[in-house]
Ligand binder design. Structure first.
Ligand code: NAI
Ligand SMILES: N[C@@H](CC=O)C(=O)O
Ligand code: NA
Length: 444
């Protein structure tokens, strides 16, 4: 932070806050653009100029919309500069992002990051470094892009008891599922388009296999339940096995399919509390508010004891929307530098244990090809009833070689549901279990 003497005799005046941006891809490019385009407004809001000291990139030769003298391929040297007060990490990945952020924090520099993969593993380490040096660690952009969810959970709801945070937090998979549902579009073509539009991760496996949504679930659950939850604690299933046929079949039950991230406070009968965090594609009724969330949009529904139900909706991916959240954090961090405030510290006092998916009550939708013989339905039903899973609906379709049965269950522990599916797979009368999905967003 550079300072000068106020000529009017008002003491030391803050003139500028030095900012380093690490990574100039989809998000970094937009952050640099906004920093330049909105420089005067940002200065007025912060009370000091946000001065871009440098931008770390991999390829110095690539043409970019920034003064070339600001570019460096040495992010560590940039972070270490005395005139850098705030580091904005937008490179992604674990290393070197982890080391660079830690070094910044250890040296009292505040950090703004959108890196959910890193936070879902290492928030503890980074938050400790921040707390020790009285620096700030902000990460609103890491979950649901532009949508304010971290700040409402950390600050606005700090006096309430959150019971559930659930929603659509991955734009790429929502973009893919929406396109497949609306037009029966080909999965690979839509995935490529999501990459072109700047929604997908550098390695889109993170999106389609649910890793990205699981990282976000870990971050949300940690904040909501004051418990350190990491990506490994999150049950994860992606969308790679969801087909256009599944989406068509879901429509027959007045449902659509969405990749959901669900974080819940689970209460056992003896009053013990645990945290369940899980990500999977699920059927939801078309009448459910999340069913209308299309394209790369995200939505997060928070249920808190006193606030009741809150819904947050907006652009969850893309360069400019994500940059908006980054800039919001940057202004907060800069104001703290100028006026002496502190960002929220990590809160993990509750230390709740993690619930296994096996124990969580879920509903299943199972579609299978069956032998077209009398008595098959009764045999299938008995496999469910043996495991105390009751059936909510059974639909028979086709005949002969194309006889199909679709079963929807009532709520029962997930382990019992998956054991039923395993038993069906072993039955001679069941030729193929073609689709197994959970059903969410219903009361029964
Ligand atoms: N694109 C999006 O919609 C959103 C992205 N994020 C997160 O924001 C971060 C950035 O995402 P994108 O901009 O989409 O990724 P990107 O892949 O477009 O950009 C990352 C940039 O960082 C550069 N980089 C990587 N390692 C570097 C190194 N060691 N030194 C210098 N430069 C390096 C890469 O060359 C690339 O240009 C990631 O953590 C991502 O998960 C978060 C929310 C939304
Ligand atoms: N790849 C992510 C980007 C935002 O977090 C997504 O698709 O949601
Ligand atoms: Na956000």
């Amino acid at each position: 932070m550079s300072q000068t003497q106020d000529p009017a005799g008002g003491g030391i005046q803050t003139r500028s806050i030095g900012v380093a941006v690490l990574g100039m891809g989809n998000v970094g490019t937009e952050v640099v653009r906004i920093l330049e385009e909105s420089a005067d407004d940002l200065r007025a809001r912060v009370g000091a100029r946000l001065q871009l000291r440098g931008v770390a990139v991999r390829d110095l030769a690539k043409p970019r919309q920034v003064d070339a003298s600001l570019l460096t391929d040495d992010p560590a040297a940039l972070v270490a500069r005395d005139d850098v007060d705030i580091v904005v990490e937008l490179m992604g990945g674990i290393d070197p992002a982890r080391t660079l952020i830690r070094h910044a924090l250890e040296n009292g520099k505040s950090v703004v990051t959108a890196n959910k993969a890193l936070l879902a593993e290492y928030t503890g380490e980074l938050a400790t470094a921040a707390a020790q040096s009285r620096a700030d660690l902000y990460f609103e952009a890491a979950v649901a892009g532009a949508i304010p969810v971290i700040r409402p959970l950390t600050q606005s709801l700090a006096g309430d008891t959150v019971e559930r945070v659930a929603g659509i937090v991955n734009g790429t998979t929502n973009f893919i599922l929406s396109a497949m549902d609306a037009d029966g579009d080909d999965y690979d073509v839509v995935l490529k388009e999501a990459g072109r539009l700047g929604y997908a991760e550098a390695d889109p496996t993170a999106d389609v296999e649910g890793f990205d949504a699981a990282s976000k679930a870990a971050i949300l659950a940690s904040i909501a339940f004051h418990t350190r939850v990491t990506a490994a604690d999150v049950h994860r299933e992606g969308i790679t096995s969801v087909t256009s046929a599944d989406l068509l079949a879901a429509r027959k039950f007045d449902c659509t399919i969405k990749l959901l991230s669900i974080c819940e406070r689970v209460r056992d009968t003896d009053g013990t509390q645990r945290v369940s965090a899980r990500v999977y594609p699920a059927l939801i009724p078309l009448s459910h508010p999340l069913a209308t969330v299309g394209g790369a949009f995200n939505a997060v529904v928070v249920e808190a004891q006193n606030a009741g139900r809150l819904m947050f909706y907006g652009q969850g991916a893309g360069g400019a929307p994500t940059a908006s959240a980054v800039l919001g954090d940057l202004v907060m961090a800069a104001r703290n530098k100028v006026h002496g405030g502190r960002g929220p510290l990590e809160s993990t006092y509750a230390k709740l244990p993690i619930a296994s998916i096996d124990d969580v009550p879920t509903r299943y939708y199972v579609s299978m090809r069956v032998a077209d013989r009398p008595g098959v339905l009764a045999q299938i039903a008995s496999e469910f009833s043996k495991r105390s899973v009751s059936l909510a609906a059974v639909r028979q379709e086709g005949a002969g070689d194309d006889a199909r049965l679709i079963v929807v269950t009532h709520r029962a522990p997930d382990r019992a549901q998956s054991e039923c599916v395993a038993a069906l797979e072993d039955m001679d009368e069941v030729l193929k279990v073609s689709s197994v999905l959970r059903l969410e967003g219903t009361d029964d």
